[in-house]
Design a protein around this ligand. Structure first.
Ligand code: ZN
Length: 323
């Protein structure tokens, strides 16, 4: 069965309490950045509700008839609605079918559960059809809307769902989970940074080979700092590998890290010049560079000579960091 993740504990317990008091809402909006495990949470919750003998914390037993059906992904009371294979849109038919109430037979548990993901992929028609269902809920039905972009859902839908918000776990929790999932401590740290603290996204990046290019970017910055490379040749080498925008995004996140003194706060001694930068670099200058990065990104690569733009930003970085 799908275990609830360690950083979902509060949301999990909150819903288990509602369930014990027979006060589960008709619709939940699971909102938060991608890679936090919202989809997994929706599945754990569905399993927990459909299981005949959930454990003390409400977790599905994995052995009963309902759990076996769930494991075979063949449970008649659980339906996952996703975009049609040939598009990115959840079609109106899929929602209408669900709204008709005929799709699923109510099983022994007396609950029917729909997971709609990503909910913001519903077109206007689908959203209107869903709204009808939300306005007149079918008893014993639970809608789980999963989205990383709740703002893209109509207010009318949002206001009829109970909001369940997901945020990144604290760093230690994220690191521990990634290491349990098979990453080394170094990989876990790099991946978590790259994924802005979202552990599932971090794992995906690490196992998808995304860490190596990131390491190369870091090494490039370091050699610039040590005077072993020039802004001109570094910009040229980077642009062979990546688009200007993703390079600017990488630089912004590096600068933010320095500003926050983040790498240093981990209780470790700085092991590279990049890590000790925040001790002596002029923060005002860094903020200025950050503004410039934002402006450049806004201008878009169409209007710029990418090589020149990157060169001049790297030059400024080099100037600031080398004092
Ligand atoms: Zn069970």
């Amino acid at each position: 069965m799908t275990e609830p993740l360690p950083w979902h504990r509060n949301q999990w317990m909150q819903l288990q309490r509602s369930r014990q008091q027979n006060r589960l809402p008709h619709a939940l909006l699971l909102a938060g950045a991608a890679g936090l495990g919202k989809s997994r949470f929706a599945r754990s919750l569905a399993q927990s509700i459909l299981c005949e003998q959930p454990g003390e914390q409400g977790e599905a037993c994995g052995k009963c008839r309902q759990c076996l059906l769930l494991q075979a992904e063949n449970h008649p009371d659980l339906r996952v609605v996703t975009p049609a294979e040939d598009s990115h849109v959840i079609r109106i038919d899929a929602i209408r079918e669900l709204a008709s109430g005929n799709t699923l037979s109510v099983g022994d548990g007396g609950f029917r559960i729909f997971i709609i993901e990503p909910a913001h992929a519903m077109g206007q028609g689908a959203a209107n059809a869903l709204l009808k269902t939300l306005e007149e809920p079918i008893p014993g039905t639970l809608m789980l809307l999963v989205t990383s972009a709740p703002d893209r859902l109509p207010v009318t839908i949002r206001s009829r769902c109970q909001l369940l918000r997901f945020s990144p776990p604290d760093r230690q929790t994220g690191l521990a989970w990634l290491q349990q999932s098979g990453l080394s401590a170094t990989e876990a740290g790099e991946a978590l940074e790259l994924a802005a603290g979202a552990p599932l996204r971090a794992l995906e990046l690490a196992t998808g080979g995304a860490l190596e290019p990131y390491r190369l970017l870091r090494e490039g910055l370091q050699s610039l700092l040590l005077g072993q490379d020039t802004a001109v040749s570094l910009a040229e080498a980077w642009l062979k590998e990546k688009e200007l925008d993703s390079l600017l995004l990488f630089l912004s996140s590096e600068i933010m890290d320095v500003i926050r003194g983040k790498r240093h706060q981990e209780g470790k001694k700085a092991v590279s010049p990049l890590q000790s930068l925040h001790e002596w670099v002029d923060l005002k200058e860094l903020y200025r560079l950050l503004d410039r990065l934002t402006d450049t990104r806004r201008a878009g690569s169409n209007n710029l000579n990418a090589q020149l733009a990157l060169e001049s930003i790297l030059l400024q970085w080099s100037h600031i960091t080398r004092g």
